[in-house]
Design a protein around this ligand. Structure first.
Ligand code: PMT
Length: 214
């Protein structure tokens, strides 16, 4: 068994505040990322899990960092990436955040309200170019069409060794479900993992990632 590596895993959604009581977020439950953390620990690896808010228990033996926003997740990954052998970025990070965060709860005056949004930092896209990460890099791709095509584009643009692509237009897999069905996209090939529990899918992903390191 290939054990004893250091894994960094991101999971869950981020929350981008609008005011003290409101935020923009998404339907990620964190299950896929927590299953990856549990699988990596089960395989004998050291694991740091950086997660947005979820209702899940942290798998035993896993180092845990809680974050809320994309910026906090970016900062935590930056702080923890030194010495990491395998990074798996599974979090559903908000791509945009409100430009202005109101200090007080926003009052409803007008019939329509236009929010101005700005891009959040691209954590996966910073791993090689900004953080200088040289280990095995695994990204996720949440797609609704041309899944393999878009995943391969991400693999190449972000310098990944593997991209795990899932179809998030389906209710039975992907976001907030107990199961998933994914394509593992490598530079030279693609492998399909049929529908299964996120725990079983996670074990396959961890085994593939560990093999890429050896
Ligand atoms: O949490 P669950 O309910 O179990 O659902 C699992 C999942 C559907 C969230 C998971 O399987 C998944 O697809 N995660 C990636 C979701 C996503 O945001 O995909 P994306 O195609 O928008 O992003 C591509 C990659 O860039 C991902 O590795 C993402 O973590 C990363 N990213 C995105 C934006 C950003 N600002 N920084 C990033 O690092």
């Amino acid at each position: 068994m290939l054990s004893g590596m250091k894994f960094l895993i991101t999971a869950g959604p981020t929350r981008e505040p609008l005011d003290p009581v409101r935020y923009l977020s998404n339907r990620s439950s964190g299950r896929m990322g927590y299953a990856l953390a549990g699988a990596a620990r089960h395989e004998g690896h050291e694991v740091v899990l950086i997660s947005g808010p979820t209702a899940l228990d942290v798998p035993p033996g896993v180092d845990f960092i809680h974050v809320e926003t994309a910026q906090q997740m970016y900062d935590a990954v930056h702080d923890m990436v030194g010495g990491v052998d395998v990074a798996i970025l599974c979090a559903a990070v908000a791509d945009y955040r409100p430009v202005a965060v109101a200090e007080q709860k926003m009052k409803k005056h007008a019939e329509r309200l236009v929010l101005e949004l700005e891009r959040t930092p691209d954590i996966l896209g910073s791993m090689r170019s900004v953080f200088g990460f040289a280990g095995v890099l695994v990204g996720f791709a949440a797609e609704t069409q041309e899944i393999e095509h878009y995943a391969r584009g991400k693999l190449e643009r972000k310098g990944c060794d593997m991209v795990v692509a899932n179809d998030v237009s389906r209710a039975d897999i992907g976001f907030d479900s107990r199961e998933n069905e994914v394509l593992l996209v490598f530079p030279d090939r693609t492998e399909a993992l049929p529908r299964d529990t996120k725990e079983h899918i996670a074990l396959h992903i961890v085994e593939h990632a560990a093999l890429l390191h050896s």
